[in-house]
Design a protein around this ligand. Structure first.
Ligand code: ZN
Length: 582
């Protein structure tokens, strides 16, 4: 408060064209007020609350694209009052949800935090593993059946178990460091529709709550709690999701006021289970197996998260207890809408306007309960996202979908097996972006793994849409060119979880068919549209600044730590964002 006031008075004094005496008087007052604030210790008090907001798949340009259509108090507050980094990127190659969330939480790259993808192949167990699944820690709600392994379709399940924990995140998070700085007096709560969006930010020492699509409730696992707090039971028993039955996702404003107002029905948009490609998108009577999925791939998902986050803030008395608390809210609708309709669609545009309203409501609620001067807000995204190839083609930009089933793999595999004298299986698993080789090829003592991987990379590079294939042995030996692209692949490389070859597609080319589930757009590349995200800090008396310097998402966690004078997370590699600390 004092800082903002000083800033305003100084600006008035310097810019004022009124009488010199008035100007001198104002400057005099401003100096008095500012020096008082500097010595009062008022602004040196630690914030009562750190509010970390993550918007899943919010590419850095999107809030500004719809700026004149935005309301007050949401993005406008953040972008006009906050410290705005407009050249912020993830530094890792596999820009998927858990990878980005874990990076935001830890300040580490996936090479250190270990979250190299939403899925990886566990060589010891011989199974594909979903990032936060953990059979040791069952959900507190029976049959909550969280389908978060698949992004969208309830018939798709990547996770084999309903158990969940943060155990696979190999380093500490900012929230862990906050809790360990004061013997657990600070609380840390993570909320999201997605399990991985909540668990990653809550860290090992906090508590995560996420939305169960099968139960239409917020749930957690017994890693965190033995039973639900009363406020969670209260929230679940009011059955807010059910109030969307027999309603529709309708446009917020008049259709012709939208940038994409004339482009609602596009051939490349996905109709998920009858949700349709044009407005209004009806939620049906609530009995469809797709009902809660439809909620999550519309702004309703964010509205549920917002309401639950408000209940968490009140229920846990966050920011009211004499210690700095941490609340993480990860909004997932922008991601689902981006996948299903593409980020350049009427649905995505309306979703951003409604997200803006949810942000405004969250910020105003926090202001009322805790005060924005006592709250340090940071907003970013786990990744950006590509436009759908259909949209890009419609304005003359080359783009397309890749179907690895159409690659002439058999011929290539035969050539490699001949060359290296391999009997039996060559490829164990292709879980994009990683190709995992079979043990009899990989561990064969008469085969040089570097030569084998190089030969496979050479064959892969011949396929349509493949830009680069990188040998993991070459990465391990430091035997790759020092370019940004190789560094991004290296930042993603974890020796136990990464595959043997990393495949990078050409810009604007990606897989959109996941075992029959076809979507409009898929992120996950190292290209700028997937790495480019907003980073904004606001509240806590920060003055507005716009920073053009290139910064990384790894910078957020160590900056939060430095802000509180606590130690950085254990794998933190980011730089301090000095504009936030000054
Ligand atoms: Zn996604």
């Amino acid at each position: 408060m004092a800082k903002t006031f000083c800033h305003k008075v100084e600006t008035m004094g310097i810019n004022s064209r009124c009488f010199l005496s008035v100007r001198s008087l104002l400057l005099g007052i401003s100096l008095m007020v500012c020096s008082n604030a500097a010595f009062s210790g008022e602004t040196a008090d630690p914030p009562r609350l750190i509010l970390q907001i993550t918007v899943d798949q919010l590419r850095g340009d999107l809030p500004k694209r719809y700026y004149e259509r935005l309301g007050q108090g949401g993005f406008r507050y953040l972008l006009e009052a906050g410290v705005v980094y407009r050249n912020a990127h993830h530094a890792h190659a596999n820009t998927e949800t858990i990878v980005g969330h874990a990076t935001l939480a830890t300040g580490a790259n996936p090479s250190d935090h270990g979250m190299v993808g939403n899925l990886w192949f566990d060589r010891e167990k011989g199974v594909i593993t979903y990032n936060v699944e953990d059979a040791r820690y069952r959900l507190l709600t029976a049959d909550a059946d969280v389908d978060e392994g698949a992004e969208i379709d309830p018939t798709q399940r990547a996770a084999k178990t309903e158990g969940r924990s943060p155990a696979a995140i190999l380093v500490s998070t900012f929230s862990d460091e906050l809790r360990s700085s004061n013997d657990g007096r600070s609380k840390a709560i993570g909320v999201s529709v997605k399990d991985r969006g909540a668990i990653s930010l809550a860290g090992h020492a906090g508590t995560a709550f996420w939305f169960s699509k099968s139960g239409a409730e917020f749930v957690t696992s017994n890693y965190y709690l033995d039973k639900y707090p009363q406020w969670v039971n209260d929230w679940n028993s009011k059955q807010l999701p059910q109030t969307y039955a027999n309603t529709s996702w309708e446009l917020l404003n008049k259709q012709d006021s939208y940038l994409f107002g004339a482009s609602d029905d596009r051939a490349w948009e996905t109709d998920v289970g009858g949700f349709g490609r044009v407005f209004p998108h009806a939620f049906g009577d609530g009995k469809s197996p797709y009902f809660t999925t439809w909620l999550t791939l519309s702004p309703a998902g964010d509205e549920l998260v917002l309401d639950f986050a408000k209940a968490a803030l009140l229920g846990e008395k966050l920011g009211q207890r004499g210690h700095t608390d941490f609340l993480s809210v990860s909004f997932s609708s922008t991601d689902y809408v981006g996948h299903v309709f593409g980020p350049s669609s009427l649905e995505a545009e309306d979703n951003i306007l409604r997200l803006d309203r949810s942000l405004a409501e969250l910020i105003s609620f926090v202001d009322k309960q805790v005060g924005l001067d006592n709250t340090l807000i940071v907003l970013s995204a786990d990744h950006g996202g590509p436009d759908s190839p259909g949209y890009l083609n419609s304005i003359g930009i080359p783009a397309g979908y890749i179907d690895p089933d159409n690659w002439d793999r058999e011929a290539a595999i035969l050539r490699i097996k001949d060359q290296f004298g391999i009997e039996g299986k060559l490829i164990e698993r292709y879980a994009h972006p990683y190709l995992y080789l079979a043990d009899n090829a990989r561990l064969n003592p008469s085969i040089d793994p570097a030569a084998l991987e190089r030969a496979i990379a050479g064959e892969l590079s011949k396929f349509t849409g493949v830009s680069l294939a990188v040998s993991s042995t070459a990465l391990r030996n430091g035997n790759v060119p020092d370019t940004w692209l190789y560094r991004a692949v290296l930042n993603n490389f974890h020796p136990k979880r990464s595959g043997d070859v990393y495949i990078v597609f050409e810009p604007n080319w990606f897989i959109n068919d996941f075992d029959g589930l076809v979507v409009a757009a898929t992120h996950g590349s190292p290209w700028a549209y997937d790495t480019y995200v907003p980073i904004v800090f606001a509240g806590a008396g920060l003055d507005h600044k716009v920073i053009d310097r290139k910064v990384h998402t790894t910078d957020i966690a160590p900056t939060l730590s430095a802000y509180l004078d606590i130690k950085p997370p254990s794998g933190s590699q980011g730089k301090l964002l000095t504009e936030v600390l000054d």
